[in-house]
Design a protein around this ligand. Structure first.
Ligand code: BEZ
Length: 212
């Protein structure tokens, strides 16, 4: 198992899922992707996470992000559990859950952290760009459900900064002012960012969101 780092090519795989066999690259096509693992089916926090993820699918769709969940349970278990999720979360799970019983994908993406749990996947998140490079990795323990607003927020930042020479500051939300990339001299920034550039410090220049 090679360590995956930001900027690396996301390893491709073919695996069983709640909706049949899935090949990662074919599934993603030219879209962005979010691959996220959870520890186990029929567990409470995971039930809230997967239900919440289903409710957020429309927002991920708007951003051209395909969702793909994973645990080391089997496909039949996923299908049964999805019925519970739909019932108790009042939703419809509308994305595949990989059935990684042989831990092929979990090992490929280092989703099992033996000192946390020797058999179950932790709550890993990989955001994959259309060129298949890994743009973000997060790891949460089993005891902490993820914040899907944060996942959308980081997608917004990744997509904005992929296309404009900006970075997003702490707690940034879509539409708020952004930071001019440190590599751009202020004079050049003023030519690029026609909505204005405020030089707070020579190294800290703010500009309105160029897409807002
Ligand atoms: C949960 O999803 O609630 C959970 C799963 C594994 C360990 C602890 C909590």
């Amino acid at each position: 198992m090679a360590t995956i780092r930001l900027g690396d090519t996301a390893p491709d795989f073919t695996a069983d899922s709640s909706v049949g066999t899935i090949n990662l690259y074919k599934y993603l096509g030219d879209s962005w992707g979010i691959l996220f693992s959870h520890p186990a089916d029929f567990t409470p926090v995971c039930t809230t996470e997967l239900g919440t993820a289903a409710k957020f699918k429309g927002e991920f769709d708007k951003r051209n992000v395909k969702m793909l969940a994973l645990s080391v349970d089997g496909a039949a278990s996923h299908v049964e559990w999805i019925k519970d999720i739909n019932e108790v979360q009042n939703t419809t799970v509308n994305f595949p859950i990989l059935a990684d019983e042989n831990r092929k994908v979990a090992d490929l993406y280092d989703m099992i952290h033996p000192n946390a749990d020797s058999t179950l996947t932790v709550r890993s998140v990989f955001i994959i760009a259309p060129d298949k490079t890994v743009k973000l990795m997060l790891t949460y323990p089993a005891s902490t459900g993820r914040n899907f607003y944060e996942l959308l927020r980081v997608v917004d930042s990744l997509q904005l900064t992929a296309n404009h020479k900006v970075a997003t500051p702490a707690n940034w939300e879509n539409g708020q002012d952004v930071v001019v990339s440190p590599s751009i001299p202020t004079q050049e920034a003023k030519e690029i960012f026609t909505k204005g550039v405020e030089e707070v410090k020579p190294y800290l220049r703010m500009t309105p969101d160029p897409t807002a």
